[in-house]
Design a protein around this ligand. Sequence first.
Ligand code: NAD
Length: 313
Amino acid sequence: MADQETLKHKDLDGRAIAASINDDLKRKIDELTDNDWPPRLVSVTIGNVDAVGIYVRNQKRTAERIGISFEERHFPAEITEAEMQAAIQAMNASPHVTGIIIQRPVPKHLNVKLLQSSIHPLKDVEGLHPASIGNIVYNELVLGPCTAMASVEMLKRTGLELPGMEVVVIGHSEIVGKPIAFLLMAEGATVTVCHHMTRNLAVHSRQADAVFVAVGKPGLVTGNMIKPGAAVIDIGINQIEGPEGQLLTVGDCDYESCRDVAGWITPVPGGVGPVTVAMLMQNTVTAAHRQMDYYRSEYAANAWTTVPEGRGS
Ligand code: NAD
């Protein structure tokens, strides 16, 4: 039995972690800008944007603070898939667009996976293009899905040794749970993935040195499902009604009971969320470097290719 005195939880402060990542990125962005290659993000919203307003504002604020220009493009709810794909192709072709973010949800008649796949992989700053997901399977980890990268970054910040670590990932969605499992395997962890058909979640989670939860069900994981001293990375974002009828944002873990037994825990809000935005900025810097190299090598190889105005050769 572990000594309870040694198990005082440590909150993993996502805002502080994000601030340190963003500070490092600012220097790299200044260099890109000095090099005539200022990064620029385009955020695409379609139809009713109320649900995503806060996310877009956070992305814009962070981007502009560190020197990335951020443009919001809004498209009408009734736009067709073909029209939307054409708009994305135009952004793909523009050397002045570094990355394209498709804000979710999109109207039901549009296939978000198809739209995501229409983004050129060099401009896939969300890391959700099939090519980016595939790269993770091949252990190429520089650019990946932002939430998954942020979640694994949180675990790394504990200082725990990842090689050989027993990790349980609860939730196996394409954009969160599965990529987390691949990123962790690349780090040498032994990964168990649980989902809605897992027979007994607690049997798995109690064995784990670290538990990642990405489900969308408040209170799914409670303290008695956690091994004392384990790291708990809570990715869920849920709105629930508070005692006075006010809306509260909570994760998938019962924070109070998990905090009592966990060695580390991410709060919601203020945990994985801000680091996810920092990963979007990091992917943008990676994309800008890749595009700069691509355009400049094309220019060097082909006399007919011109480096666009404002993008020095
Ligand atoms: P999703 O609906 O695509 O997938 C949910 C997953 O949970 C599935 O794998 C399903 O099998 C599993 N599941 C459902 N019920 C379960 C149960 N009772 N026990 C075990 N597993 C169960 O969701 P998603 O897009 O992966 O998002 C998951 C959560 O993460 C949501 O709350 C979402 O808001 C949040 N999220 C957070 C961020 C962030 O930046 N922090 C980003 C994306 C999503």
